[in-house]
Design a protein around this ligand. Structure first.
Ligand code: EPU
Length: 333
């Protein structure tokens, strides 16, 4: 029997759990071979940046190591790029910014792999991957064949997609294709971004300016997982209907929120958590980050169970004080 493999270096929370074995998927053939040899339980992992392991994983971890970026179509105005799922997301964003292709510069510095991007429809500073995504190519783990899904069939929502629902655990995302523009029209609606550019007297920002601004804003309040274990926002920002929101706002007029295009109200979970006194609080080896309450951190040596206990305590106090139920954004295993 093989000795168990440690997952410490493969989850950004830095939780020291083990699995049966770690297999590197450098291409699709490795996956097909693995599946042909009647595997038991397995989990496909990209950057491990959106997962909390509560205990050892009783199965194999398939690490996505596929790579490749190619321009599949191009004209005067736009470019279509096909990128392998194992590529690092931020490095890919940088690749596009270096070539002056516009569309994902607001999504700089999001940890994780390209393949994970459509699963949770990554988003930041007013842009989501669904805004530029054309297709997702995936390997159907049941039918053992390649399939392609168009954007409109991906069921995209706020941090949500078909890959978290109907297709959960049934696909290996092979590549995504996105369409970027050669004519830059920056998306600067997000307050923090607009404010940063104004403060730095940048009135007509280039793609690189927006990219640099997003990097600076993120670095100023989000802890670097290489230094302090975390998985970014631990919870989703809760969505309330107009009626639900009116009730809450009447009681808490200072509540931070944002009205969505479909007239729902997205509440700043970081604000709710801060109001309950959790911001910067250290609980054993875990805590809520001092600069962004929505980020739970591992100060070193925390177990997944400890982080999860903290998360549950936060959920309970936000529920008690505001009557709003927080839901994890991170996958809990
Ligand atoms: N706020 C507080 N206290 C805090 C944190 C935030 O009062 O401790 C308030 C801020 O003052 C602000 C509002 O909450 O008015 C929004 O805060 P912020 O701009 O930091 O964004 P967020 O809603 O907390 C979301 C995403 C982030 C993304 C940013 C920027 C979710 C769950 N999180 O955070 O995504 O980077 O917007 O677009 O939607 C991630 O998914 O891991 C992630 C980091």
């Amino acid at each position: 029997m093989n000795p168990k493999s440690s997952l410490l270096d493969f989850n950004t929370f830095g939780i020291d759990v083990s699995c049966r074995s770690i297999i590197e998927l450098t291409n699709l053939d490795v996956l097909e071979d693995y599946l042909a040899n009647s595997p038991s339980r397995f989990l496909i992992l990209g950057g491990g940046s959106n997962i909390l392991f509560k205990s050892d994983y009783d199965g194999d971890i398939l690490l996505n190591k596929t790579c490749g970026i190619e321009i599949s179509n191009e004209n005067e105005d736009s470019v279509e790029i096909k990128v392998a799922s194992g590529e690092n997301w931020h490095d890919f964003v940088k690749w596009t910014v270096d070539r002056d292709y516009a569309g994902i510069e607001n999504l700089a510095l999001i940890p994780g792999s390209v393949g994970a991007a459509p699963i949770q429809n990554i988003g930041a500073y007013g842009v989501e991957i669904k805004d530029v995504l054309q297709t997702v190519e995936y390997f159907d783990l049941n039918e053992k064949c390649l399939k392609i899904l168009r954007n409109e069939d991906c069921g995209f929502g706020y941090r949500n997609s078909v890959f978290k629902n109907e297709l959960k655990g049934q696909v290996f995302i092979v590549s995504i294709s996105i369409k970027l523009s050669k004519n830059h029209s920056p998306k600067l609606e997000y307050w923090a971004l607009k404010h940063f550019l104004e403060e730095h007297s940048i009135s007509n920002p280039s793609i690189k300016d927006v990219f640099n601004a997003v990097v600076a804003i993120r670095q100023s309040k989000l802890p670097d997982p290489a230094k302090l274990g975390n998985s970014g926002s631990f919870f989703k920002n809760p969505l309330l209907t107009g009626e639900e929101f009116d009730v809450v706002q009447e009681k808490f007029p200072a509540i931070r929120f944002f009205e969505t295009d479909d007239h729902q109200f997205k509440i700043a979970a970081g604000w709710l958590i801060e109001q309950c006194g959790w911001k910067g609080k250290v609980v054993g080896k875990t805590g809520s980050h001092k600069d962004q309450a929505l980020v739970l951190v591992n100060y070193g040596g925390a177990t997944g169970e400890e982080v999860w206990n903290l998360a549950q305590a936060i959920i309970a106090s936000v529920q008690e004080q505001f009557g709003i139920r927080l839901e994890p954004e991170v996958n809990i295993l």
